[in-house]
Design a protein around this ligand. Structure first.
Ligand SMILES: *[C@@H]1O[C@H](CO)[C@@H](O)[C@H](O)[C@H]1NC(C)=O
Ligand SMILES: *[C@@H]1O[C@H](CO)[C@@H](O)[C@H](O)[C@H]1NC(C)=O
Ligand SMILES: *[C@@H]1O[C@H](CO)[C@@H](O)[C@H](O)[C@H]1NC(C)=O
Ligand SMILES: *[C@@H]1O[C@H](CO)[C@@H](O)[C@H](O)[C@H]1NC(C)=O
Ligand SMILES: *[C@@H]1O[C@H](CO)[C@@H](O)[C@H](O)[C@H]1NC(C)=O
Ligand SMILES: *[C@@H]1O[C@H](CO)[C@@H](O)[C@H](O)[C@H]1NC(C)=O
Ligand SMILES: *[C@@H]1O[C@H](CO)[C@@H](O)[C@H](O)[C@H]1NC(C)=O
Length: 788
C-alpha cells in the first residue's frame, strides 16, 4: 500500500537452507537403483570401506558446518522418487551412525525437524532475519521457476473451486449432522502436493489427481443434495426427505440439466442458495434456461427483477465438446438463455427463489430480454450502475473505467498477448516448460489490435463480448451495484501448428506512475511489495527481464500511484507481473512443445479428446477489476476475495411453489437473527469432527495498516454465531487444533544486529469465558474446539 510503512512482525519462524537440494550431501544417497556406495563392513567379503565412508561422512559434515551457524547440522536423507526400497537407506544409515559415533569426531543420530530446532535454539545463537520471500526462484541464468505459477490452469481452477465447495459442504454437514464430506478430504490434501496443484506432474498423474477429485466431489455432492433437503425441511427431520435437490458443477459451460428442463404444469424451478460467508451476500445468480417466458420470485413471494442473456456460441460449442469429454454424454440442444437475477442470502444461511411460468399479475414481471446495442458513436459506454467502462467503437478496445459514486476516472487499456516459449538455443539448451518460464524474447506478440465488439444491455448486467482471435474470447460483465468489472476469458485451443509453444497473458495498461512497484498476495493473506529487478536484502541480478519478475498470485494483485489503486482478483492461482509502470499482466494459459528438464519429462501440452479426436485444452476463468481511490482498495480486495472463494452453493429442485413452502423453511441463517461477522473477519473452517466436536477457525482478513477502518482489532461474539445451538464447552488451540493454546510454547529467537522490530502486532486477548467474545488483530487466525 502506498503510504504504508513496513511493519515487521516479532513472530519469526526458524528456517534453514540446505547446501544440496533437499538431499543428503553428495555420496550419501542410498537409493538402490542409483549409483551408490554402500557401507561395506563385512570382513568376509571384498571391498570393506568403513574407514573411508566414516572419513567421507566427517568431511561432508564439517563442510556443511562451515557454512552453518552452531555445530548442529541436518541432513535430509532422501529426495524425490526415493525410498523405492527403504531397506537400502536404513541399513546404510544404521551402519553410518554406528561407525561415525564410534569414531567420535562427530555425533550422528536419527532426528526430526523439531529435535533439530530445539538444539539450534538451545545454543543461544543470534540469527539473521529475512523479511521477504524467495520468489521468484531461478536455478540458472535462464531458468526462472515462474512457469508453474500458471501451468495446468484448469486443474488449478478445479482445485480452487472444490476447496471453496468443500468449505461450504462442511458447514452444511455441521448444520445437518452426518458425515458426507470426508471423501474430498484426501483428494484435496493430495492435490496440495508440490507437484500436483503446481502443474508439474506428468499428464497421467494429473489425470489421476483429477479423477480422485471428481470421485470425491460426486460423493460430497450426493451428501449435500440430501443435506439441503434436511436443512430446509420445516419438520427439522431428515427422514425420507421430500425434495430431491441437484447441483451443477458445469455451470461454467452452461450445462445444468435441472435448470434447462422445461418448466411446466404446476411445478416451478426451486433454487436454494446457501451462503457460507459470515456476512449477508448479495450476488447475481446465472442459470441456463430454455424459456423466454419466466418470472422469478423470492422466498417472501415478491417478484425479483430478472434478465435473459443469450448463450453465446463459444459457450454452446464448449458445452457440447466438454460435456462429451467429461461425462460421455451427447448433449442435444444447448440452452438458449442465461437467466440472471440478484439473490440476497443471510450469513451462514440460505434463501430460496422460485422460477416459474407467469400467471396473471406476473406476466409483466417476466425477465428483461437483453438488447444488443450497435455502436453509434466513437465510444461505447457500458454499465447499468455507477461503474462504467468505455470502449472504442473503432478498435473495440477498452479505453476508460470510471465510477460516478467514488469519482475515480482512469484511462485504461486491455489486451491479450502471448510469449513464444523458448525451445532452448545454442547458448543455453534450457526450454520453457511446466516449471520454467523462458520466453523467446521479452516482447510478447499482440493477439489483435482491433476486436469486434458485441454489447448486450439490460437493467441488471451489461456485457461486452469480444472475440480477440479464433481461440480467445472474452466477456466483460458490469453488474448493477457492483464495484468491479467481472471478466471471463476463454482461451484455447492454443494453436501450436507453427511449432511455437505459447504462453498467453492479458495485460491491463493504465495511465499510472507506479515506480517499478506492485503488490501480490502471499498465499491469499499478506500482500507483499514487489519491486521490479530489486531485492531489499541482496544485490539482485535479473537475467530474464520478464520471467525474472513474475510472482505467484493466488488472491490478487494491485498497483498504485499517488491517486488511485488498480486491483485485480483471480479465481485460481496464476503467474503475474508488472513489467512496465502502470501495467498488470497475468498469465492465464500455456501450451508448450518441449520439456524443461526438471523431472516431468513431458512437454506441457494439455489436450482433450472426444471420439479419438484430440485438441488443445480450453481454459475458462474469471478475473475481477476494481479501481479505487488510494487507500480504499483493500476493503474491496479482502471482501470480494472471500466472495470469489465462497460463492453461493446452489441446489435445484422442481416443486410446486405453495406446497414447497408448506413443508420448507425458505430462508434462514444459522447465526442469531441480525448477527453477522464484521467485514474484517471470515470463518475459514467450521467442521464437525468425528467425536462431535466442532472445529472453528476465524481469520482477520486485513493486514496491519492496510486500511484505516478495518486494520483494527475485530470482535466476534461466539454466542451469536450458532443461533439456537449453545456452546457448552470450548477450548482455544493452535492452528492445527491438536494442542491447547494454553500449552503452546513459542521459542524466542535472538536476531543479529540492531533490528528495528517495529511496533508489536496487535493480537486478541484471551477469550473471556463469560462473554465468549473473540478478538482478532490484523491477519490473526484463531482456532477453537467447541462442544455445542
Ligand atoms: C570453510 O569455509 C572457508 C571460507 O569459505 C574455506 O576457506 C574453508 O576451506 C572451509 N573449510 C572446509 C573444511 O570446508
Ligand atoms: C544468551 O546470550 C546472551 C547474550 O550473549 C546472554 O545475555 C544470555 O544470558 C544468554 N542466555 C543463555 C540462556 O545462555
Ligand atoms: C451463433 O451463430 C449463429 C450462426 O453462425 C448466428 O446466427 C447466431 O447469431 C450466433 N449466436 C450468438 C448468440 O452469437
Ligand atoms: C520509488 O521506489 C524506490 C525503490 O523502492 C524508492 O526508494 C523511492 O522512494 C520510490 N519513489 C517514490 C516517489 O515513491
Ligand atoms: C469448467 O469447470 C470444470 C469444473 O470446475 C472444470 O474442470 C473445467 O476446466 C471448466 N471448463 C473450462 C472450459 O475451463
Ligand atoms: C432484526 O432486524 C429487524 C430489522 O432491522 C428488526 O425488525 C428485528 O426486530 C431484528 N431482530 C432481532 C432478533 O433483533
Ligand atoms: C500444534 O501442536 C502440535 C503438538 O505440539 C504440533 O505437533 C503441531 O505442529 C502444532 N501445529 C501448528 C500449526 O503449529
Amino acid at each position: 500500500m502506498a503510504g504504508l510503512k513496513n511493519i515487521w512482525f516479532i513472530f519469526s519462524i526458524f528456517t534453514n537452507a540446505f547446501p544440496v537440494h533437499y538431499s543428503p550431501p553428495d555420496g550419501f544417497s542410498f537409493e538402490v537403483l542409483n549409483d551408490m556406495t554402500p557401507v561395506q563392513d563385512d570382513p568376509l567379503l571384498f571391498d570393506t570401506n568403513v574407514e573411508q565412508r566414516v572419513n567421507d561422512f566427517v568431511s561432508a559434515a564439517i563442510a556443511q558446518a562451515n557454512v552453518t551457524r552452531t555445530n548442529h547440522i541436518m541432513w535430509t536423507m532422501g529426495d524425490d522418487f526415493n525410498y523405492q526400497y527403504a531397506e537400502s537407506w536404513f541399513r546404510n544409515m544404521d551402519r553410518l551412525i554406528h561407525y561415525v559415533n564410534k569414531d567420535g569426531r562427530v555425533h550422528a543420530l536419527y532426528s526430526t525437524p523439531s529435535i533439530y530446532t530445539d538444539a539450534k535454539h538451545a545454543s543461544n545463537e543470534s540469527w539473521p532475519l529475512k523479511r521477504d520471500d524467495y520468489f521468484p526462484y531461478a536455478d540458472s541464468t535462464n531458468a526462472y521457476w515462474t512457469g508453474y505459477f500458471t501451468s495446468r490452469p484448469t486443474f488449478k481452477g478445479y482445485v480452487r473451486m472444490l476447496s471453496g465447495y468443500y468449505l461450504a459442504a462442511r458447514q452444511i454437514e455441521f448444520l445437518v449432522g452426518g458425515s458426507f464430506t470426508s471423501s474430498l478430504e484426501d483428494p484435496l490434501g493430495i492435490a496440495q502436493h508440490h507437484d500436483a496443484v503446481s502443474g508439474t506432474a506428468k499428464q497421467h498423474t494429473t489425470d489421476d489427481y483429477s479423477k480422485r477429485l471428481a470421485l470425491g466431489a460426486s460423493q460430497v455432492e450426493k451428501g449435500v443434495n440430501t443435506a439441503l433437503a434436511c436443512l430446509t425441511s420445516s419438520k427439522g427431520t431428515c427422514m425420507s426427505p421430500a425434495v430431491k435437490f441437484s447441483q451443477c458443477q458445469l455451470l461454467n459451460i452452461s450445462y445444468c440439466p435441472s435448470t434447462e428442463e422445461q418448466i411446466s404444469g404446476g411445478k416451478g424451478l426451486v433454487i436454494t442458495a446457501y451462503n457460507p460467508l459470515g456476512w449477508e451476500h448479495s450476488d447475481f445468480i446465472r442459470v441456463p434456461v430454455n424459456d423466454l417466458h419466466l418470472v422469478v420470485k423470492s422466498s417472501d413471494g415478491s417478484f425479483v427483477d430478472s434478465q435473459l442473456v443469450e448463450v453465446d456460441n463459444v459457450t454452446s460449442n464448449l458445452r457440447k465438446l466438454y460435456v462429451k469429454a467429461y461425462l460421455g454424454i451427447n448433449t442435444d440442444k444447448p440452452p438458449k438463455y442465461w437467466l440472471v437475477f440478484q439473490a440476497s442470502v443471510p450469513p451462514m444461511g440460505w434463501n430460496t427463489y422460485f422460477v416459474s411460468k407467469p400467471k396473471g399479475a406476473g406476466s409483466n414481471r417476466m425477465g428483461y430480454v437483453s438488447t444488443i446495442a450497435s455502436p453509434s458513436k466513437d465510444t461505447v459506454e457500458v454499465g447499468p450502475g455507477s461503474l462504467k467502462m468505455t470502449f472504442s467503437s473503432a478498435s473495440g478496445q477498452l479505453t476508460r473505467m470510471f465510477n460516478s459514486i467514488t469519482g475515480v476516472d482512469l484511462p485504461i487499456q486491455q489486451s491479450f498477448l502471448w510469449y513464444g516459449s523458448n525451445n532452448g538455443d545454442g547458448a543455453d539448451s534450457q526450454a520453457s516448460g511446466a516449471y520454467i518460464f523462458r520466453p523467446d524474447g521479452s516482447t510478447p506478440t499482440v493477439v489483435s489490435r482491433s476486436v469486434p465488439l458485441k454489447v448486450i444491455r439490460g437493467p441488471l448486467v451489461d456485457e461486452v463480448h469480444q472475440q480477440f482471435s479464433p481461440w480467445i474470447y472474452q466477456v466483460t460483465r458490469l453488474y448493477k451495484d457492483k464495484e468491479h468489472a467481472e471478466v471471463e476469458y476463454t482461451i484455447g485451443p492454443i494453436p501450436v501448428n507453427d511449432g511455437i509453444g505459447k504462453e498467453v497473458i492479458t495485460r491491463l495498461t493504465a495511465n499510472m506512475v507506479t515506480n517499478h512497484t506492485f503488490y501480490t498476495d502471499s498465499n491469499g493473506r499478506d500482500f507483499l511489495k514487489r519491486v521490479r529487478d530489486y531485492r531489499e536484502d541482496w544485490d539482485l541480478q535479473v537475467t530474464q527481464p520478464v520471467a525474472g519478475n513474475y510472482y505467484p498470485v493466488n488472491l490478487g494483485m494491485y498497483v498504485t500511484d499517488g491517486k488511485y489503486e488498480l486491483s485485480v482478483l483471480v479465481d485460481r492461482a496464476v503467474g503475474a507481473s508488472s513489467i512496465q509502470d502502470g501495467q498488470i499482466e497475468m498469465m492465464f494459459h500455456r501450451r508448450i512443445l518441449h520439456d524443461d528438464g526438471r523431472g516431468v519429462e513431458e512437454p506441457l501440452d494439455e489436450t482433450v479428446c472426444v471420439d479419438r479426436k484430440c485438441d488443445g485444452l480450453v481454459a475458462r476463468g474469471t478475473y475481477y477489476v476494481n479501481v479505487n481511490k488510494l487507500g480504499h482498495g483493500a476493503h474491496w480486495r479482502r471482501t470480494q476475495g472471500q466472495k470469489v472463494y465462497s460463492p453461493f452453493l446452489l441446489g435445484f429442485a422442481h416443486e410446486d411453489e405453495s406446497s414447497w413452502k408448506s413443508y420448507s423453511v425458505v430462508k434462514a441463517s444459522m447465526m442469531n437473527a441480525n448477527y453477522s461477522l464484521p467485514d474484517n473477519v471470515a470463518i475459514i473452517t467450521l467442521q464437525s469432527l468425528d467425536d462431535g466436536t466442532a472445529l472453528l477457525r476465524l481469520a482477520h482478513l486485513f493486514q496491519a495498516a492496510e486500511d484505516p477502518q478495518y486494520s483494527v482489532m475485530a470482535k466476534v461474539e461466539l454466542k451469536k454465531l450458532f443461533g439456537k445451538k449453545t456452546i457448552k464447552e470450548w477450548t482455544e488451540t493452535n492452528l492445527s487444533a491438536n494442542q491447547k493454546k494454553a500449552a503452546m510454547r513459542k521459542l524466542k529467537w535472538r536476531v543479529v544486529g540492531d533490528t528495528e522490530s517495529g511496533p508489536a502486532p496487535i493480537t486478541g486477548s484471551p477469550v473471556d469465558s463469560q462473554s465468549l467474545v473473540v478478538e482478532l488483530g490484523p491477519m490473526e487466525i484463531r482456532t477453537f474446539l467447541l462442544k455445542l
